[in-house]
Every structure is written in C-alpha cells, then in structure tokens.
Design a protein. Structure first.
Length: 145
C-alpha cells in the first residue's frame, strides 16, 4: 500500500493560491482600503519591535504594497509549491504558477476599478524565478562534495 503524506508546504501552497484568487476578485476600492489597513497594521507591529518600519512602503496609495505583495506572495507560493511537490512536479508547478499569474491579471479586466498590469505579471513571475533560484542554491549546497 502506497501512503501519501501531505506536507506543510503543500497546505501553504493551496492557502496562498486561495488568498491570491480571493484578492484578485476584490474591487479596486476594497483592495486599496485593505492594502492601507495592512500597511498600517504592519507599521504598528514593527515600529515597537525595531523602532522603525522603513522597509514598508511610504506610499499610502497602496501601490508600493501592491508591488511588494505581488512579488512576495508569488515568491512564497512558488517556494512552497516547488519544495512541497518535489522535483518530479516542478515543471508542472512552474507552468501552473505562470498560468495563475496570467489569469489573475486577465480576470482583473472585469473587476470594477481594477486594470490589467503587465508589471504585476512581471513581478509575479519574478517571484517564481527567484524561488526557483533559491531552491536550486539550497539543492546545490546540500549535495555532498
């Protein structure tokens, strides 16, 4: 009997996928208000810990957070998917993530106050490529001499 174990990274992959899909369907005004609330919450959290929160975007319009969000969410999604599903499924995972990035941008053309952005697609795929690179470095570093 063959047992399949579910890894934490696989669960995170699906949670991040659902988060990205949900965020894509938010109308522009709702997304902007959410971005501003998240920035404020992060600032309130990090300021007492470090005395500063300079790494957070000063741009209260949400654009800076949008850039960070696209890159980091797709980096995390890619890292979890590529790590969690192993070497045999990495090509399929990469293709699925590129299709998700493309689909999320195209869907936004039908959402009120949202637009299709080639820059967002570029940031999404940059997150994917950086996650692939990081995993390949860890793979190269973990191989014996």
């Amino acid at each position: 009997m063959h047992r399949t174990s579910i890894k934490v990274s696989q669960v995170l992959t699906w949670l991040l996928f659902l988060l990205i899909a949900w965020g894509t369907t938010l109308p522009g005004q709702v997304a902007s208000a959410l971005y501003q609330q998240i920035i404020q919450t992060l600032t309130d959290f990090f300021h007492p810990l470090f005395g500063w929160a300079d790494f957070l975007p000063d741009d209260r319009s949400g654009w800076g957070f949008d850039v960070m969000g696209h890159f980091f969410l797709f980096f995390l999604l890619s890292f979890c998917a590529l790590y969690g599903y192993g070497r045999t499924h990495r090509l399929g995972a990469r293709l699925a993530i590129v299709l998700l990035a493309l689909t999320t941008e195209l869907i936004q053309s039908w959402i009120p106050d949202r637009t299709v952005s080639p820059v967002d697609f570029m940031l999404d795929t940059t997150g994917l490529f950086l996650a692939s690179f990081v995993l390949s470095l860890f793979g190269a570093l973990s191989r014996p001499g």
